[in-house]
Design a protein around this ligand. Structure first.
Ligand code: S3P
Length: 437
């Protein structure tokens, strides 16, 4: 499928976005490892989370799906998973693969994790090394999937200093820590999303946090609970930008997660001049949520504070488009991790923006975007959902049509994206494209 965009008058309105991807994965996994039955509402039925759901079923967990967003998970307890009959397919999901490694490292059976072409190119030593130090053996293809996990029913607790700030690695090691004989702790060089820690808390598992070290005692029982998943701020970010860039629009995006480990995008856009306010703050479980009110704003280029990178790690495609539309230049530094996401996101954004006539200087871990207006063109999204959606937003203000090729990956995180954007007033159509060569 391709997206076709024409410059359009985005007007706004009141909308909701699908459930948070990170929290949906964790609700399924922790619910499965809990004692008792958990209900999940607001679940993201995107392909990434459906890969996690299927893998848990393959490990013997009974999960009932009542409708698209509500499920019941019949927890099997920490020691209740069964050896899978075949490979566990993680699809496109790095989160699924890395978190499952932590759980499977502590099982008394072997398993094999596979993924699609993009996932098969992503670095896994970041979880293989700490898990090996804990006593598990994981075979890879030169540090990449497929992964054969030879679990150990009992692992060694470790104190692990992560070389890169990664919530996936932190969560993996904490999950493995439940199966260890000694306490485990992980040091994060920068704050990363803490959904695992918060959800552990709602299930009665204690996690400590002192000066960057996150610690867990082994063998703690997870107690089932009901989980309401907030809207995904990473998905809302595309809607926020479409409204900001419009001539005269105002929107309210209701029920969006505003966990402070995720709100870097709001801080960065505000520093660029965006009018975004948080209304009706409340909590779902231990996750803070609010309605976001957004109004069209004139954006200006800034130097993005590198301290905000890990708090906005998935929003750089959006921020590159914001930078391209802003007056003046925007400088991104310390964003090298983007090169090992679902695609090389620095390279993909630089290439796409150049196609639209924007000047971009690229370095190994940064970029300078020279903002102003841009034209149309045909964009490749490298099967990366966030690249596709970022350029769809760019297409709402480009001076000529924008076509984004092969956008099927959008369903991994934001089913219904094109419909929602068109409800706000965007002229977007989804068409069957020519197969890529
Ligand atoms: C995620 C963590 C982030 C993020 C990913 C989801 C998670 O990855 O990019 O989309 O759910 O833990 P890293 O923590 O590896 O940067």
């Amino acid at each position: 499928m391709d997206f076709h965009l024409q410059a359009s008058a985005v007007r706004g309105g009141t909308v909701t976005v699908p459930g948070d991807k990170s929290i949906s994965h964790r609700a399924l996994m922790l619910g499965s490892l809990a004692e008792g039955t958990s209900s999940i509402t607001g679940f993201l039925a995107g392909e990434d989370c459906l890969s996690t759901l299927q893998a848990l079923r393959d490990l013997g967990v009974r999960i009932e799906q009542h409708d698209v967003t509500s499920l019941t998970v019949h927890g099997v307890g920490l020691r209740g998973l069964n050896a899978p009959r075949g490979d566990l397919d993680m699809g496109n999901s790095g989160t699924a693969m890395r978190l499952f490694c932590g759980v499977l490292a502590g099982q008394g059976f072997d398993s094999r994790l596979v993924g699609d072409e993009s996932l098969s190119g992503r670095p896994m030593n970041r979880v293989i090394l700490p898990l090996a130090a804990m006593g598990a053996r994981i075979e890879s293809q030169d540090g990449k999937p497929p992964l054969s996990v030879h679990g150990q029913a009992s692992l060694r607790g470790i104190d692990y200093e992560m070389p890169v700030a990664s919530a996936q690695v932190k969560s993996c090691v904490l999950l493995a820590g439940l199966y260890a004989e000694q306490p485990t702790s992980v040091f994060e060089p920068a704050v990363t999303r803490d959904h695992t820690e918060r959800m552990f808390g709602t299930m009665g598992v204690e996690v400590t946090a002192t000066e960057g070290w996150i610690g867990i005692e082994p063998g703690q029982t997870l107690t089932a609970t009901d989980i309401e998943v907030p809207g995904d701020l990473s998905s809302a970010a595309f809607i926020i930008l479409a409204v900001l860039l419009a001539e005269s629009a105002e929107a309210s995006i209701t029920g969006v997660g505003i966990n402070p480990t995720r709100t870097g995008v709001i801080d960065i856009l505000r520093a660029m001049g965006a009018d975004i306010s948080l209304e009706n703050p409340r909590e779902l479980g231990r996750e803070p949520v609010a309605d976001l009110r957004v109004r069209s704003s004139r954006l200006r280029g800034i130097e993005v504070d590198p301290a905000l990178v890990s708090l906005a790690i998935d929003e750089f495609p959006v921020l590159f488009v914001a930078a391209a539309a802003a007056q003046g230049r925007t400088v991104f530094t310390g964003i090298g991790e983007l090169r090992v996401k679902e695609s090389d996101r620095i390279g993909a954004m630089a290439a796409g923006l150049r196609t639209l006539g924007v000047l971009v200087d690229e370095s190994p871990d940064g970029a300078i975007v020279h903002g102003g207006a841009f034209t149309g063109g045909e964009i490749q999204c490298f099967s990366d959902h966030r690249i596709a959606m970022a350029f769809a937003v760019a297409g709402t203000i480009a001076s000529a049509d924008v076509v984004i090729r092969n956008v099927d990956a959008v369903d991994t995180s934001f089913p219904g994206f094109a419909d929602l954007l068109s409800r706000l007033g965007a002229r977007i159509s989804v068409r069957v494209g020519e197969p890529s060569t």
